[in-house]
Design a protein around this ligand. Structure first.
Ligand SMILES: NC(=O)c1ccc[n+]([C@@H]2O[C@H](COP(=O)([O-])OP(=O)(O)OC[C@H]3O[C@@H](n4cnc5c(N)ncnc54)[C@H](O)[C@@H]3O)[C@@H](O)[C@H]2O)c1
Length: 451
């Protein structure tokens, strides 16, 4: 049984410009990957929009379309790419330097990658201490810089012949900033832009420019960026979807897979020690204590929210959680993440779990950039506005509306995402209540609920 379709969804006609602040490892792996997939050289492994399915109705109906058949998403052939960076390397050179993808694959899409020339960045070393670049905009005030970005957005769209755009922050992690008075409302924020307030980081200027240009904005790094009342209110007013923060890949993804399992079985936790070695530019940036603090905050909140110590004091009332990131150049983008998990079971008997995840950071992040670009564009066409909580699935530190705690459990996040798609398309939400159980209980009065 289906509901009436509740939303008029504008068809994804024409080109979609994907605007990427930062042309580093993640961005180039994403762009080169999309080009390779378009040329049928590889498969979009890791992308829910490209490979995922969605069950509709009861299990007996066997209606399981792919997500991209079910909801009107932009096709890969309609994506165009534009980027900003503080280095002048084009997409091909930047991908070579990032050292994630094999040279043979990069050669096969070289021309298209070379066509992605970075625009001058809005950058200030006060916010990313470890980088020095020259491809940087000049402006008297931060408001001037925001206006230059708005011009870039408009030029990038028209050069690509794109009717729509989305911006995904793939630039370096900025130093830690606590929310301050300039972030509280849009008047204070705009005053801060004109007066060069230090509380306004470059990523906030990009987010402001995107929202003012009618472009959805998602933040792949842990910076505060769009997670401030001034910009969430602006996004609401202008009708623009926004979200973040910090792509959920690697160690944190594993954490949000394993901890819900421990909790499901009511197994207790004494401690969780996570350590990483990585040697890419991201690792170098995170070697600075300010940038590391931003990342640490993002990584630490996960367990508290999933395990809910306030509801389960005997199991999770006093666990010790530590996260370390170590810059170790020989590994490049191929990170190694160790977890030591001290758990306890029946009668309090202790046990240990050890994880050694030899992962590839940007290989895990690239499909998330693709999904976010396509889903944020969908959200815009549905006229969703403000924080897109249904896309928490993609973030380590998901933004949530004031007064609502963020959802970190990967499986609840997936259910929420798929139920949002069902809701959009007028399909029933899945409750997993089966007919079999209801048949056994047929002496009960009333109409049985359907799966
Ligand atoms: N790879 C992952 O699994 C993963 C997971 C979560 C978050 N992230 C975040 O994604 C971001 C990108 O990661 P990466 O591995 O591609 O890093 P990277 O260092 O390879 O690329 C970042 C690029 O951003 C550029 N940059 C810095 N400040 C800029 C600015 N103000 N404007 C424009 N460009 C700027 C840098 O010059 C660099 O080329 C980082 O913030 C990282 O923490 C990555």
């Amino acid at each position: 049984m289906t509901n009436e379709k509740k939303f008029q969804i504008e068809e994804p006609k024409g080109k979609l410009a994907v605007l990427l602040p930062g042309l580093g490892a993640v961005s180039t792996t994403f762009i080169a990957g999309v080009l390779a997939i378009r040329n049928r050289l590889a498969k979009p492994i890791g992308s829910l929009t490209q490979m995922g399915t969605i069950r509709l109705g009861k299990r007996t109906e066997y209606r399981i379309p792919t997500i991209k058949e079910f909801v009107p998403l932009a096709g890969l052939e309609d994506l165009t790419f534009a980027s900003w960076d503080i280095f002048e390397d084009d997409g091909y050179q930047a991908a070579l330097k990032a050292g994630v993808l094999e040279r043979g694959l990069l050669e096969s899409v070289r021309e298209e990658l070379e066509a992605v020339k970075p625009m001058k960045a809005v950058f200030d070393q006060d916010y990313v201490k470890k980088l020095h670049g020259t491809c940087v905009k000049k402006g008297k005030t931060k408001m001037d810089l925001a206006e230059q970005l708005m011009e870039d957005i408009s030029t990038a769209k028209s050069q690509a012949g794109a009717s729509r755009a989305v911006m995904i922050w793939c630039a370096s992690t900025e130093t830690y900033l606590a929310p301050g008075s300039e972030h509280q409302d849009i008047d204070a924020f705009e005053r801060g832009l004109k007066e060069n307030a230090s509380a306004i980081a470059p990523s906030m200027i990009y987010a402001y420019a995107a929202i003012q240009s009618g472009v959805p904005f998602a933040n792949g790094a842990p910076n505060l960026t769009v997670d401030i009342p001034a910009l969430t209110q602006l996004a609401q007013e202008k009708g623009i979807p926004i979200g973040g923060k910090d792509f959920k890949t690697g160690q944190t993804m594993m954490k949000t897979i394993i901890s819900p399992g421990l909790k499901a079985r009511m197994l207790g936790l004494n401690g969780w020690f996570s350590s990483n070695i990585l040697g890419n530019r991201d690792g170098e940036v995170l070697d600075d204590p300010g940038s590391f603090k931003t990342k640490e905050e993002s990584k630490l909140s996960v367990l508290e929210y999933i395990l809910q110590p306030q509801l389960y004091p005997d199991l999770y009332g006093s666990f010790y959680h530590k996260v370390r990131i170590n810059y170790y150049p020989p590994r490049g983008d191929n990170k190694e993440g160790w977890d030591n998990i001290d758990i306890f079971g029946w009668l309090g008997y202790p046990m240990q779990i050890k994880i050694d995840f030899l992962c590839r950071d940007s290989i895990l992040a690239a499909p998330l950039v693709l999904d976010l670009a396509l889903f944020y564009d969908l959200a815009q066409r549905v006229k969703f506005k403000g924080i897109q909580e249904w896309l928490s699935f993609y973030f380590k530190s998901p933004m949530s509306p004031e007064g609502i705690y963020p959802e970190h459990d990967l499986f609840i996040q997936l259910t929420k995402l798929k139920n949002t798609l069902r809701y959009l398309m007028g399909e029933e939400q899945i409750t997993h209540l089966g007919d079999y159980v209801l048949d056994v209980d047929s002496s009960q009065e009333g109409e049985p609920a359907k799966d």
